[in-house]
Design a protein around this ligand. Structure first.
Ligand code: HEM
Length: 438
């Protein structure tokens, strides 16, 4: 009996030793691989000086705030590497001429929000094919009736604000959530002919909450060296929250598609739909056929609906909120916009399509606000083939390229303000007139 126990203990010890040996070998191999990977990356990027980075954390521990990028952009004009951990570099572009080379779609867009392979993410021939199928959805005439529909959604939001202000005139109002629900309501009506009560029914605002959760969690993930690993991420609380938010968002788009497919079954043919009402974006998606008569697959359809639902409401909500913020900070511009709109409308309360083109001063203020605070602060590319910039510097395929829009469109004007003041003088201030020529 004693003999058996001793034998078992020694066997266990041997197994533990073996496992420890394997782990040690694995750690040594992995560390060597990572060492050589880092050396290779450092060599690749040696032509691009950048801020000092830690071998393990990279630049993750340095605050990724606009001000930090401004300092870096001043110090390293054109482009510089930023390390997301010691082994994942991204190249931040800080000059429009560099960006021009990349904007010619030399690479795949990296999007961490799972909206499928819709127009926003597609590239090459598939993008051309899908874009051609969806051309009717981008026709000017499609936009015209949207003005009245958006105005209706705005009215619901303003009525809500009036009530809230009447309840407590001293309390400040967080506008972004309200504006997000208004833009979601608008896109649902305009693109999907879907009458939603998301602005007034608390049960219906889950999509906006899910999208807000997703965007915050994505930001948290891309700024962490460890959360980039899918396995690690899926085990964290944030990873689980992200999965939940994605399934809520997908549930919303699937519901919209399913309801329309059901109603199309009754209407049967395209001509019948056309007679009944104008074609909206979803009709166009469902009826689109290429030259061989092949329509969009269910997966492509969901990706486009997800893209338009997400890209169409979140960007506009953020843009409008920043415009309101800029106007609040500059009452003199706000007053001029009010006067301009009042003059155009006269006794009317509703805005028409033709009025929009006459709002020149308001348009200039909107453009300036978008320049100051871009609703899409960063876009990114993963190079699909090597690239050479105008000054001869090159990068190989596979590298991540980040355009910080505030860097690209904003910081160069900071960093250039002393050397080339002719581009944008005093770039931090809102100057409506400067948008005149843009
Ligand atoms: C202020 C509002 C908006 C801003 C700032 C904005 C910004 C952008 C940017 C920067 C891109 C290019 C991304 C890249 O290539 O890396 C893009 C593409 C796109 N956006 Fe928007 N967007 C806005 C409104 C909208 C709306 C309202 C919709 C739809 C209803 C929309 C749908 C799309 C689509 C489908 C693409 C991909 C286009 C293509 O590749 O063919 N966007 N947007």
């Amino acid at each position: 009996m004693v003999f058996t126990t001793e034998k078992t203990a020694s066997l266990t010890f041997q197994i533990v030793q073996l496992c420890a040996g394997f782990c040690l070998v694995y750690v040594v191999i992995k560390s060597t691989q990572l060492y050589f990977k880092r050396q290779k990356l450092l060599k690749t990027l040696e032509g691009f000086p950048g801020p000092p980075s830690h071998w393990l954390y990279g630049n993750i521990h340095q605050v990724s705030k606009k001000i930090q990028y401004m300092c870096w952009a001043e110090k390293f004009p054109y482009a510089f590497p930023r390390w997301f951990g010691g082994f994942v570099p991204a190249v931040v572009i800080t000059h429009p001429d560099y960006a021009k080379t990349l904007f010619s779609r030399n690479g795949n867009l990296l999007l961490f929000v799972p909206i499928g392979r819709g127009l926003l993410v597609l590239n090459g021939p598939k993008w051309h094919q899908q874009r051609r199928l969806l051309t009717p959805a981008f026709h000017y005439d499609i936009l015209k009736p949207y003005v009245a529909q958006i105005a209706d959604s705005v009215k619901v939001m303003l009525d809500k604000w009036e009530k809230l202000i009447a309840e407590d005139p001293t309390k400040s109002l967080e506008m972004f959530d309200h504006v997000s629900l208004m833009t979601l309501d608008s896109i649902m009506k305009c693109a999907f002919s879907y009458k939603s009560s998301c602005q007034t029914d608390k049960e219906q605002d889950y999509y906006v909450n899910a999208v807000q959760d997703m965007t915050l969690l994505v930001f948290q993930r891309v700024t962490s060296a460890f959360l980039r690993n899918q396995l690690i991420y899926s085990c964290t609380l944030s990873g689980r929250r992200f999965k939940e938010a994605c399934s809520l968002a997908h549930h919303h788009t699937e519901k919209v598609i399913a309801e329309r497919k059901e109603s199309l079954k009754n209407e049967r043919e395209l001509e019948k739909i056309q007679k009944k009402r104008r074609l909206d974006f979803l009709d166009i998606l469902l009826c689109a056929k290429d030259e061989n008569g092949v329509g969009l697959s269910d997966e492509d359809l969901r990706a486009e609906v997800d893209t338009f639902m997400f890209a169409g409401h979140d960007t506009t909500a953020s843009g409008i909120s920043w415009i309101l913020h800029s106007m609040a900070q500059h009452p003199e511009h706000q007053q001029k916009c009010r006067e301009e709109i009042k003059d155009i409308l006269g006794d009317r309360e509703d805005i028409h399509w033709d009025d929009l083109g006459k709002m020149t001063y308001t348009t200039m203020c909107i453009k300036e606000s978008l320049r100051l605070n871009s609703p899409v602060p960063v876009v990114s590319r993963q190079l699909s083939k090597p690239i050479t910039f105008f000054d001869g510097r090159t990068l190989p395929e596979g590298l991540h390229i980040f355009f910080k829009s505030e860097v690209l469109f904003f910081i160069p004007f900071y960093s250039l303000k002393h050397s080339r003041p002719t581009i944008f003088q005093n770039p931090e201030s809102l100057k409506s007139r400067r948008a005149k020529s843009s």
